[in-house]
Design a protein around this ligand. Structure first.
Ligand code: FDA
Length: 309
C-alpha cells in the first residue's frame, strides 16, 4: 500500500508520463469523475449545482511550477477573471491557488505581488486560499502567507497533518487569528519530517482539528476548514465538537469534487458548513495521479475504463 502510494507519487512527477498519459481516452474518462471539465465555464456550472445544494466551492485552475514571469502573470490574470465571474454570478465560491503557479520558483517578490493582486481584488468577506505544496515550499509559503495577512484579512493557508512541524505552525497561526485549511497531506515526504504511518497522520489530524476548534481559536476568530473525506474522522471530530457545545453551523468541512458526494450532501443537510474544491484546466495529470495515490482502489476504476474502451 505504502509502496503503491510512493510509486504513484513518483509517477505524478514524471515529465514523459505527464505529456503522454493525458492522450489516452481511458485515462481522460477516469479523470471526468474528479473534474467537471477543463474550462472555467464547466467549473462555474458545477459551482452553481453545488450552491443549489447549499454547498460552497473553492475553484482551482490546475497547474504548478511555472518557469517564466509572463506565465505567472497569465495565471494571475486568469484568477482575476475567475473572481469577476464569481461576483457576477453571485456564487458562494472562493479561489484556492498554488504559489508555484504564481511564480514562487522564480522569485518570492513576484509571487507575493501576484498573490496580493488577487487578495485585493477579492471581496473582503471571501478568503483567497493558499494551497500547501511539497515540504521544501512550506517555509516560503508560510512566509508569504504571513506577509499577506499583515496587509489583508481575507487570505487563508493550508497546513498538512502528516508533517511533524505542523502542530507548532498551527499554534502560531491560531495566535494570529488565521484562516486555516487542515489536510492530511498529498505528497511523498520522508519519515524524518512526516509521519510514515496513516494511523499517526489520522491521530495528528484529530488533535490539530481540536486545536482549530478550541475556545481560544474561536475567540481569535480563526476560520477552520477541515478538509478530509475520512467519514470516521469527520464523525469523531463532530462528536467531540458536540461535546464542547460547538454547533454544526460553526464547523466547516471541505472535500474534493466527485469524492464522498453522499457525505457532502449529508453534512450540508445537517447544517454543517460544507465546501467542495472544484479543479479545472488541462494540466490535470499530476493532480489526477495524486488522487489515485490517495486511494489505490481508484486504480480499479481506471482499469475498468481501460477494458471498457
Ligand atoms: P484518506 O486518504 O484517509 O481517505 C479517507 C477516505 O476518503 C478513503 O477511505 C476514501 O473512502 C475517501 N477518499 C479519499 N481520497 C479519495 C480519492 N482520491 N478518491 C476516492 N475516494 C477517496 N493536500 C495538500 O498537500 N495540499 C493542499 O493544499 C491540499 N488541499 C486540499 C483541499 C481540499 C478541499 C481537500 C479535500 C484536500 C486537499 N488536499 C491537499 C489533499 C489532502 O492532503 C489528502 O491527500 C486528501 O484529502 C485525502 O485524504 P483524506 O483526508 O480524504 O483521507
Amino acid at each position: 500500500m505504502g509502496l503503491m502510494r510512493s510509486a504513484l507519487l513518483m509517477a505524478s512527477q514524471n515529465s514523459w508520463l505527464r505529456e503522454k498519459a493525458p492522450r489516452y481516452k481511458f485515462i481522460r474518462r477516469s479523470v471526468e469523475r474528479f473534474l467537471p471539465g477543463e474550462s472555467l465555464d464547466d467549473a462555474l456550472a458545477a459551482a452553481r449545482r453545488l450552491a443549489d445544494a447549499r454547498i460552497g466551492t473553492l475553484l482551482t485552475h490546475l497547474g504548478e511550477n511555472v518557469t517564466d514571469p509572463a506565465e505567472a502573470e497569465g495565471v494571475t490574470n486568469h484568477y482575476l477573471e475567475v473572481l469577476g465571474r464569481i461576483r457576477t454570478a453571485g456564487l458562494p465560491s472562493e479561489i484556492s491557488v498554488k504559489l508555484t503557479q504564481l511564480g514562487l520558483d522564480l522569485d518570492a517578490g513576484i509571487c507575493y505581488g501576484n498573490l496580493a493582486k488577487l487578495i485585493a481584488y477579492s471581496p473582503p468577506e471571501k478568503t483567497v486560499w493558499v494551497d500547501m505544496e511539497q515540504s521544501p515550499y512550506v517555509d516560503a509559503t508560510l512566509d508569504i502567507y504571513r506577509k499577506a495577512r499583515r496587509e489583508y484579512s481575507n487570505v487563508g493557508v493550508c497546513v498538512q497533518a502528516y508533517l511533524y512541524r505542523t502542530e507548532k505552525d498551527l499554534a502560531s497561526l491560531i495566535d494570529a487569528g488565521a484562516a486555516v485549511r487542515l489536510v492530511k497531506g498529498a505528497y511523498n515526504e520522508p519519515s524524518e519530517i512526516a509521519y510514515p504511518k496513516k494511523v499517526d497522520v489520522d491521530q495528528n489530524y484529530s488533535r490539530l482539528a481540536q486545536m482549530l476548534l478550541s475556545l481560544e481559536a474561536r475567540r481569535r476568530n480563526v476560520r477552520a476548514a477541515l478538509a478530509t473525506h475520512d467519514a470516521k474522522l469527520i464523525a469523531r471530530i463532530s462528536s467531540w465538537a458536540d461535546s464542547q457545545g460547538i454547533a454544526p453551523s460553526e464547523i466547516e468541512f471541505a472535500m474534493l469534487y466527485g469524492i464522498q458526494r453522499g457525505e457532502q450532501m449529508r453534512l450540508a443537510k445537517e447544517d454543517y458548513r460544507c465546501s467542495v474544491l472544484v479543479s479545472y484546466g488541462s494540466f490535470w495529470f499530476p493532480w489526477f495521479v495524486r488522487r489515485l495515490a490517495e486511494r489505490p482502489a481508484n486504480l480499479l476504476f481506471l482499469a475498468r475504463n481501460l477494458f471498457s474502451s
